[in-house]
Design a protein around this ligand. Structure first.
Ligand SMILES: [Zn+2]
Length: 245
């Protein structure tokens, strides 16, 4: 299990939580799903947010995309070096604990909404100097940003030479990104894009092009190509990680 880079006190909390969970749910002992984030195993994933598809870890509450990203970051030896500065947009609870409570990492969690993170940051105008961060995590943010290209240029600007930005968005294998300024109400966005706060549906290839135009070298990592069918099934991994240098 890939928990070597999880601070020991957090791994212990998850282990205690997992033991308690198995005591209360003995039918879950027969393990089919394995969570690489918190090292728990169970018979069935939890429905996401208590409804919808069964994909959420019972213990650390990770989804498919979090587990894919964690495996990728866990293999990045530079990420956990002492003094690594990390800018983390829209911080997910698992990652906030894993990185924010790691003494090696200078952690900057940020969000457009000030109640959701320590730093209030508009991705199209990031209030840090050029080449400030060794690593950036920006997952499921750019699909909400009207001027996403400006946001990408800002990510590029604040990333150090030799740094890595891990970017994820919902994307499809379609020829073009679907966006239309006339689709401008929550109702229309829900109807056309599937979520009331999304402003487009990205084509995978076009998302790579936009990142490249912003100055990044981009590697599009598909979970099955990287980890194989068996690992994707056992860990239930999903979404592409766009590794930007
Ligand atoms: Zn977990």
């Amino acid at each position: 299990m890939a928990t070597a880079n999880l601070p020991l006190h957090i791994a212990s909390q998850y282990l205690l939580g997992y033991r308690r969970f198995l005591l209360n749910n003995p039918d879950q002992v027969e393990a089919i799903g394995h969570c690489p984030c918190c090292a728990s195993s169970f018979r069935e994933w939890r429905p996401v947010f208590g409804r919808g598809r069964k994909a959420e870890c019972h213990i650390c509450h990770s989804f498919e995309r979090h587990r894919h990203l964690w495996l990728t970051i866990d293999a990045d030896s530079g990420f956990f070096q002492p003094g690594t500065s990390l800018l983390h947009f829209a911080p997910e609870p698992f990652f906030k604990k894993a990185f924010g409570e790691n003494p090696n990492i200078k952690y900057y969690d940020c969000d457009l909404a000030k109640e959701r993170a320590t730093y209030q940051v508009d991705i199209t105008s990031i209030p840090f100097e050029d080449e400030h961060f060794d690593r950036i995590i920006c997952s499921h943010v750019l699909e909400h940003v009207p001027d996403d290209r400006k946001g990408m240029r800002e990510l590029r600007r604040v990333l150090k030479k030799g740094g890595i930005a891990y970017v994820m968005v919902p994307s499809q294998a379609r020829p073009d990104t679907y966006e239309d300024p006339a689709i401008n109400t929550p109702e229309l966005r829900l109807k056309h894009y599937g979520q009331a706060t999304h402003v487009r549906i990205y084509s995978r290839d076009n998302f790579v092009e936009r990142l490249q135009e912003s100055g990044f070298e981009v590697e599009m990592q598909l979970p099955k190509a990287k980890y194989g069918e068996d690992m994707c099934r056992d860990f239930l991994l999903g979404d592409n990680v766009y590794i930007c240098r």
